[in-house]
Design a binder for this molecule. Structure first.
Ligand code: AGP
Length: 605
């Protein structure tokens, strides 16, 4: 969950590296640093705990003429957040940056007698010391030896002091993309850092060693065979990855949801029916499955839970939703009749990736729902249904959640059609309802000011509860996570009918309760549950399709969403929940886009 970047070319490297780190900072921001390789065979390291802007200030002390360097923004895994633990790490002639976890770093210290060479607490510095110990003047040969010794996940950029102008790189699991142009060669954790450099890039193949120079990038496998990587085109533009006039990426991405949904749904609708021909997804995978397992983490998992509610209600096909980090360490109850759906915005979440690999070993077909093109999860799946939300920069996932739900709905509708559970007419109605959520969300976004009022109340609360029944309960899980992760208000989601079996003991005077009541079939029961918490002093924020609710025994604030088919209210409800979290965090003056302790892509276990 760190951001790494390397550049060598005809331009001074310092600003290219720091600007790139600023774009990568959402991947982790405990500390930041750069290493510059000078023509006199010396290495300059500038690094510190804190944000990229603090590093930029540190590096404004003089001119740095080097045109070759590496940069890193850290999410701490081994060792505290200190200047010494910040990357890059230097040992003898070697400077290195790393994203991942070296699992056998402790054995390596003992086996190669490195202890006296180390000053930090990090696993990364051990790799630097190992490389320096093995170094015989041939960087590629040395890196091959080291790669055969270390185990774990790694994306490494390495410089050797006596090889000016050159950067070496190698990865296993942790992501890296690279590009070259007339300005030189660049490598980074993801496209956001290279987007202004080149429109063409390649994904660094695992266990291949890159030698980067001003002239270009050589890629060779562990046997020394030079390979030509598959070039891909960047479909984003730099504008798409910037804030577009919004105060935060998160708010921009909340407002992008109508476009994200349009771009994700419409390419899969042909003659009013769900159609995955362009995605190369074979109907056989739907025909053959008797059950579905969804595997994901965090918000992506919550989208899977909404998909479960819809598919089970509509198709009566059992759907099991698994937390990826749990799934991968058990004997999963899946087989060749199970369709495994892996959901991930980044396509690099290590737990989700390893769960995918386990599912394939169990003989299941894997369909992944991924937002980042060419990501590892996408490349390792049997089928991929890309969501087209565009770059999601804010750590808190919003538009990705909506398009993941839409993808689950498209898949459910296609399965219904292919299995004969849906007639064409029913499928057309379903798709029309799905497309209708786009204007509904545009309408819902007009409630933003009313949500802001609510947020000003919640911001003072130490705790908050989200309650709902049926599909509303699945949404409350996401509402609670959003509020927790960016406003630090402790929040809990609860099935409304379950509250009185214990947790209602926590409902006291003025505790905020966000109550979701969009489902007609359980509306009455939901109002009863709300009255139970209201009677105990709760401050109730009701989200429903009611035109107006003035009854003070039911709620203190009512946020209305436009009337629509109950199955499709999840999209508008999600927008309200995202805005509640956003405005609460902003009202508390917190860093909405980069909340403490978090990072955008969890590429470590
Ligand atoms: C969402 O707000 C969180 N940032 C987090 O739960 C995220 O959804 C989770 O880490 C999964 O990430 P992925 O979709 O990139 O796999």
């Amino acid at each position: 969950m760190c951001g790494i970047i390397g550049f060598t070319g005809s331009l001074p490297a310092k600003d290219i590296l720091i600007d790139g780190l600023a774009r990568l900072e959402y991947r982790g921001y405990d500390s930041a640093g750069i290493a510059l390789l000078n023509d006199d065979d010396t290495l300059t390291i500038r690094k510190k705990a804190g944000r990229v802007d603090e590093l930029r200030a540190m590096c404004s002390d003089r001119e740095y003429t080097s045109t070759c360097g590496i940069g890193h923004t850290r999410w701490a895994t081994h060792g505290g957040v200190t200047d010494i633990n910040a990357h890059p790490h230097k040992c003898g002639k070697v400077a290195i940056i790393h994203n991942g976890i070296i699992e056998n770093y402790y054995d390596i210290i003992r086996e190669y007698g490195l202890a006296d060479m180390l000053v930090s607490e990090t696993d990364t510095e051990v790799v630097a010391a190992l490389l320096d110990k093995l170094y015989d003047g041939d960087p590629v040969k040395t890196i091959k030896k080291a790669v055969n010794i270390i185990s774990g996940s790694f994306a490494l950029c390495i410089m050797f002091a006596d090889h000016p102008g050159k950067i070496y790189a190698v990865r296993n699991v942790s992501p890296m993309v690279a590009a070259s142009s007339e300005k030189g060669s660049i490598i980074a954790s993801d496209l956001t850092a290279i987007i202004s450099f080149s429109k063409e890039y390649f994904v660094v193949p695992e266990y291949h060693i890159l030698t980067m120079t001003e002239e270009g990038i050589k890629v060779e496998d562990m046997k020394g065979n030079v390979v030509k990587p598959q070039m891909l085109e960047i479909t984003w533009d730099i504008e798409a990855a910037q804030k577009g006039g919004f105060p935060h990426y998160m708010l921009k991405e909340i407002y992008e949801q109508p476009d994200s949904l349009r771009n994700t749904i419409t390419p899969r609708v042909v003659d009013g029916l769900p159609d995955f021909t362009e995605d190369g997804i074979d109907d056989e995978v739907f025909k053959n499955c008797t059950n579905i397992t969804v595997v994901a983490c965090g918000t992506a998992m919550h989208a899977g839970i909404v998909g479960k509610a819809m598919i089970e209600a509509e198709l009566k096909i059992p759907v099991n939703v698994e937390i990826a980090s749990e799934f991968r360490y058990k004997e999963p109850l899946i087989d060749d009749k199970t369709l495994v759906i892996v959901t991930s915005q980044s396509g690099e979440t290590i737990d989700t990736l390893e769960a995918l690999r386990l599912a394939k070993r169990c003989g299941s077909k894997v369909l992944s729902v991924v937002n980042v093109k060419g990501s590892t999860i996408a490349r390792e799946s049997d089928y991929v249904l890309y969501t087209h939300a565009g770059p999601e920069i804010a750590v808190a996932s919003t538009k990705a959640y909506s398009v993941q739900m839409a993808a689950m709905y498209l898949i459910g509708c296609r399965i219904g059609l292919v299995k004969g559970i849906y007639t064409e007419e029913k499928a057309r109605q379903f798709i029309a309802s799905l497309l209708s959520v786009i204007p509904v969300i545009e309408e819902t976004l007009k409630q933003a000011d009313r949500v802001k009022e609510v947020a000003n109340y919640i911001k003072m609360a130490p705790d908050a509860f989200f309650i709902g029944r049926g599909i509303d309960y699945t949404l409350s899980l996401e509402g609670a996570l959003k509020l927790k992760e960016i406003s630090y208000v402790h929040a809990e989601a609860y099935a409304a009918g379950e509250l009185k079996h214990g947790t209602i003991a926590l409902i006291t005077e003025n505790v905020p309760v966000i109550a979701l009541a969009t489902q007609e079939a359980v509306y009455g029961k939901m109002i009863s549950n709300i009255r139970e918490v209201k009677a105990r002093g709760a401050y109730v924020i009701l989200i429903s399709m009611d035109d107006k609710v003035d009854d003070k025994t039911v709620c203190d604030k009512h946020i209305r969403i436009p009337k629509q088919d109950n199955l499709f209210s999840v999209f508008a409800t999600a927008v309200i929940l995202q805005l509640i979290a956003y405005y609460t965090s902003d009202a508390k003056g917190l860093d909405v886009d980069k909340p403490r302790n978090l990072a955008k892509s969890v590429t470590v276990e």
